[in-house]
Design a protein. Structure first.
Length: 441
């Protein structure tokens, strides 16, 4: 019994002190899972299914609709009706000029739904990619900020020692403490941002947020953007034009409802009931066939219908409004893409500057350390205080470089999506990304 209690105690202690293992996820796996788990993608796919069903409806009106019924009943007096044991009815449309426009409208609506599905998928790809990059950068920045805070703590101790020795002032100590406090605040902000990015990435991928980590080596290299692709409009704008086309075709169909015939086909077979009183009112022997077949065409020619005329004007006005909205979306996109191109050039220059400043800070650390070991002939002696300041400056420049690099990558992903290159870049980045997940249905 004592051994059992000992083992139980050990098991409880181990489980209490266990730390959840980090769940590392690669870049392409995150994109794959985000596409499979996104409610927006599933909703857009449902819209495509709905549009495809609407297109089928416009074509299926030419296929006869069959129905089976019965008209059993009792008759008294002259049989004006024809009670039947059962009847089979078939009806279909033979000709309607407006129907062809409605079919084209439905086909354009399906194209718009497919454009919207591809646009939503690219939105999710961009969101997952930028979130992954942000979390990866936050994890790297947190590590650099921790090192920077450690250097700031070391600087505070050195200044305190110098103050105790009468070599520094209280102002320098306060300044060192303020630097350390600001760096701790920045570290807390980075940790909060990483927590938010991790939570968002967990929602996108369907994975638990606890311990979710990135794999920096899995992030693909960014390709050189092709300026020729700038002529390509995004899926959202193409979808807007498809929607406008759908409404124009529907308006044309409404306008052709007047002065054009609509022809329908009707067929009905009935097996009349033999137990009714037909024989009482017909010549003996004349009513012996209880099979009844009716075949006919129904022709309508509307020539005066103010409601249809008003409906046609309403549909045409709505189509024109949709076209103007598509033009507006196109112009806004082109202006935004032009600004993005300019912003990328600026961010590339800023990132290069941040990299050079960090390189300069590294060189400054080497100089300070050499002077600490060998002295500074002909100048003021270098102290450990200068070394800590140089280390803090290097970490600060490194953090600036990480910030600029992250902004540049996010902007490049946005531009690749605008140019229609995002999906190709993700497909070519790794073979581990499921082709079925990237291919729209």
């Amino acid at each position: 019994m004592t051994l059992f209690h000992s083992l139980l105690t050990v098991a409880v202690c181990v489980s209490a002190t266990a730390v959840p293992a980090a769940a590392q996820i690669s870049f392409t796996t995150a994109i794959d899972l985000a596409l499979k788990n996104s409610p927006k993608v599933l909703a857009a796919q449902a819209e495509v299914d709905k549009a495809r069903a609407a297109l089928d409806q416009t074509r299926d009106v030419y296929i006869p609709a069959l129905s089976i019924g019965s008209g059993l009943g009792y008759t008294y007096g002259f049989p004006f009706g024809a009670p039947s044991l059962f009847n089979i009815t078939a009806q279909s449309l033979l000709f309607d000029q407006s129907q062809r426009n409605y079919t084209r409208s439905a086909r354009a609506g399906l194209e718009a739904a497919n454009h919207n599905l591809r646009d939503v998928r690219q939105q999710i790809m961009e969101d997952a990619a930028t979130t992954y990059l942000s979390l990866d950068a936050d994890l790297e920045r947190i590590q650099a900020a921790q090192e920077e805070s450690g250097y700031a703590g070391g600087l505070t101790k050195i200044v305190q020692q110098r103050l105790d020795a009468g070599q520094d002032t209280q102002i320098e100590l306060t300044r060192a403490k303020l630097t350390a406090a600001n760096l701790r605040l920045r570290q807390i902000q980075l940790e909060d941002d990483a927590s938010s990015q991790r939570e968002h990435l967990a929602h996108l991928t369907g994975l638990p947020a606890d311990g979710l980590a990135t794999d920096h080596a899995s992030i693909p290299a960014f390709q050189q953007l092709d300026p020729v692709k700038n002529t390509v409009l995004p899926e959202s704008v193409q979808g807007a034009y498809s929607t406008a086309e759908s409404k124009f075709q529907s308006a044309f169909g409404d306008s052709r409802k007047m002065y054009r015939p609509q022809i329908g086909l009707g067929i009905q077979y009935s097996r009349l009931a033999a137990f009714n009183n037909y024989q009482d009112y017909y010549r003996p022997g004349s009513f012996s066939n209880y099979n009844n077949l009716q075949v006919g065409l129904q022709v309508n020619l509307p020539f005066l219908d103010f409601t249809k005329r008003a409906k046609a004007r309403e549909s045409l006005a709505e189509a024109r409004r949709s076209l103007r909205e598509a033009d507006q979306a196109r112009d806004q996109f082109l202006e935004g893409r032009h600004k993005t191109n300019n912003a990328i050039r600026e961010l590339q220059a800023r990132t290069e500057i941040a990299s050079l400043e960090r390189e300069l800070a590294l060189n400054q650390i080497d100089v300070v350390r050499v002077q600490l070991r060998q002295g500074n002939p002909g100048g003021q002696p270098v102290t450990p205080k200068e070394e800590q300041n140089a280390l803090i400056q290097e970490r600060a420049r490194y953090l600036d470089f990480l910030d600029s690099d992250l902004q540049l990558r996010q902007m490049q992903i946005n531009l690749m999506r605008s140019n229609g290159q995002l999906e190709n870049w993700l497909k070519s980045s790794s073979q581990s990304l499921s082709p079925a997940a990237l291919k729209p249905e």
